[in-house]
Design a protein around this ligand. Structure first.
Ligand SMILES: [Zn+2]
Length: 245
């Protein structure tokens, strides 16, 4: 398994990251994709360290955090220095106003020929983000993290060549909409993520961490009536294809 999106650089995980990765490895998670919320100096230092420790990393300005006026310049120079890095989380969160579509579009532009982690949350966000991506980011290898849309919306993203990612919320028995698209998506376009420390599976004890991916994989296997091992292997192969093009 590969955790396609986790926030190892957050204070709540960072100090304990070696033990956290050890526990993940013990249940079959081979690699973490570490994204962040800002490109501030301490976050960037942690991304550099995480990459040195063998993980894949992505930098970006998350829509729920305030970005400085030179946010795009900062990200551009960071990406220039780190050709292997992806971009994320970036996106739209319509629960908060005003929505900065310009910042999102600028970051999408910088994500060209890189892997990209998209956050689209709140009323209309999935469709607004889709319009922006369709208009300007055909060369971005993207995934929508914790995709919360319908199967009809999912199909549009798949037509753009994007991947869709699912995490702990799929384990909620009443997550009908999520379960609908997770059952129907072609298996070669699905990614798994812990989104830790957020969004733990329902039966998970304690703080969420990448090891919880085992519960996400088991739930997907049960929903699709597919052996768990096949889900683990195929989603890991998908994640490698998304990361490396
Ligand atoms: Zn997010």
């Amino acid at each position: 398994m590969i955790d396609a999106n986790c926030h190892l650089t957050f204070d709540s995980l960072w100090g304990d990251r070696h033990a956290i990765f050890q526990r993940a490895r013990q249940v079959g998670v081979q690699l973490l994709v570490v994204s962040t919320d800002t490109c501030d100096g301490d976050r960037v230092a942690r991304l550099i360290e995480a990459e040195r420790e063998g993980h894949r990393v992505a930098a970006g300005w998350h829509p729920l955090f305030e970005a400085p006026t030179d946010a795009l310049d900062q990200l551009q120079s960071l990406l220039h220095q780190h050709p292997t890095w992806g971009v994320g989380e970036i996106g739209l969160d319509t629960r908060q106003s005003p929505v900065d579509i310009g910042l999102f579009q600028g970051q999408l532009h910088l994500a060209k020929n890189r892997f990209c982690i998209l956050h689209a949350v709140g009323p209309g966000a999935v469709d607004q983000a889709y319009q922006a991506v369709r208009a300007m980011a055909p060369q971005t290898r993207g995934m929508v993290h914790a995709f919360s849309g319908s199967w009809e919306q999912a199909k549009k993203w798949l037509d753009l060549g994007w991947y869709l990612s699912i995490g702990g919320p799929i384990t909620r028995p009443n997550a009908r909409r999520l379960r609908d698209w997770v059952r129907q998506i072609p298996l070669d376009r699905l990614l798994l993520e812990s989104d830790s420390p957020d969004l733990a599976p329902v039966d998970w004890q304690g703080a969420n961490e990448p090891a919880s991916l085992v519960e996400v994989a088991a739930c997907v296997a049960q929903l699709r009536q597919t052996p768990s091992e096949q889900i683990r292997q195929q989603t890991a192969a998908n994640t490698r294809a998304w990361l490396d093009g």
